[in-house]
Ligand binder design. Structure first.
Ligand code: MN
Length: 412
């Protein structure tokens, strides 16, 4: 049974940020701009958890004192469950009203920042529909799946320092592209794209040479966020033979400011498609960690796509097992993303490259304009919801960014 909010909160049980969600953030207010606090979203307000823990949870208040989630992420599953249960009690029981009511601030007045220190960033390529659509566009005569793809998740190590919170503007990048005659030219990308993805935030670290079993996913991963892996397709195409993405993806990666704990996604768990294939033992899972997260992508507030995360082939538990199978160590704050989420339908593709068939068929928007690629000034918003209790849907918030024109002066 879902826990009902206390009457004094006046919170609709169907609110996308009901007590079934309770995502975490890091915020400050205009009145106290230098005081960064850990927050918890409840309805249209944010609970100041840093101060609430000092009042009601003194044994754990040090975890929230810095205003970042890092110490809490490192503390592990027991602390994650205890704190979530405490917060739920504070917000559902009349007797806590006096202790927490003055710590709720309107979300509109909260300045949100990156809620944790991003350690390493890894991006995968886990959606079969994304891979096959790209293959049909770029290599129509070749096998739609690379030879290893059904046997192991494909991914690459990205750039943690370029991860930015929702609302940060993204500067159109410059790089080398293949010019009309085949000779390289340096300049602003003309094929700027988004990639709608789901990100996973690692809490508990490991040491080198200690793989994480697929069954131990929820002991290491704290929660999920939304990711826009902005991509410059022309730069990426020229640089990626023979190695992976470099400058074509390192100019900004947007994440939503709310980290939704895995505990909030119990109603969203579904069987991932990879479970129908015989796999190496380290990728064979007995629990279902596919997630029925429904994404929506908007360009300038107009719906462009609805990618379904449930269609993604590899589960996040399999991605983590594969990431660490080599012995690679995890650090608190590691972020790994699903790769572009695409579904089988034409309106379910998670990138413009797929929606516009590599620019050949620009996507029509409701205002009468069309986009083969993103234009300067365009704002891309990725939002998502997941099933909550009793047929409700909970929100994962928004990853939003606006494109600024390139700076074209050559750096000498
Ligand atoms: Mn990506």
């Amino acid at each position: 049974m879902p826990v009902a909010a206390a009457a004094w909160l006046d919170l609709d049980p169907g609110h996308p940020f009901s007590l079934a969600a309770l995502p975490y953030c890091s915020f400050s207010t205009r009145q106290h701009a230098a005081f960064h606090r850990v927050g918890v979203r409840v309805g249209d307000r944010v609970l100041d958890l840093t101060t609430a823990a000092e009042r009601l949870l003194p044994g754990r208040s040090a975890l929230f004192r810095d205003g970042l989630l890092d110490p809490f992420l490192a503390e592990g599953h027991g602390a994650w469950a205890d704190v979530r249960a405490e917060i739920t009690a504070w917000l559902s029981q009349e007797r806590f009203r006096e202790a927490v009511e003055d710590l709720l601030v309107p979300v509109a007045g909260a300045e949100l920042r990156l809620p944790f220190t991003v350690a390493d960033f890894v991006d995968f390529y886990a959606s079969r529909e994304h891979v096959t659509t790209l293959s049909s566009i770029l290599r129509p005569d070749a096998d739609p799946l690379p030879p290893s793809w059904l046997h192991q998740p494909v991914g690459y190590h990205g750039r943690a320092g370029s991860v930015v919170p929702s609302g940060t503007a993204i500067r159109r990048p410059c790089g080398q592209v293949r010019g009309p005659g085949g000779a390289p030219e340096f300049g602003p990308t003309t094929r700027l794209d988004f990639e709608a993805e789901v990100g996973f935030v690692v809490g508990v670290e490991t040491v080198l040479a200690e793989p994480v079993a697929v069954s131990r996913f929820a002991e290491h991963v704290f929660g999920v966020c939304l990711v826009n892996d902005w991509s410059a397709r022309d730069i990426q195409a020229f640089e990626s033979a023979p190695l992976g993405p470099f400058g074509g993806k390192s100019f900004g990666t947007t994440v939503s400011p709310w980290i939704l704990p895995l505990a909030a996604l119990e109603h969203a768990r579904v069987r991932p498609p990879s479970r129908d294939t015989e796999l190496a033992e380290y990728l064979t899972e007995s629990e279902d960690w596919g997630l029925d997260i429904r994404l929506e992508v908007r360009i300038n507030k107009q719906l462009a796509s609805r990618p379904p995360y449930s269609a993604v082939h590899w589960s996040p538990a399999q991605l983590l097992a594969h990431l660490t199978a080599s012995g690679a160590a995890l650090r608190t704050g590691d972020l790994y993303a699903s790769g572009t989420v695409s579904g089988p339908g034409p309106g379910e593709r998670g990138s413009l490259m797929e929606l516009s068939l590599n620019g050949a068929e620009p996507v029509a928007l409701a205002d009468g304009s069309a986009r083969a690629w993103l234009a300067d000034g365009d704002e891309v918003s990725i939002t998502a919801t997941a099933p909550g209790p009793d047929g409700t849907r909970i929100s994962l918030g928004e990853a939003r960014g606006q494109i600024l024109p390139a700076i074209v002066e050559t750096v000498r």
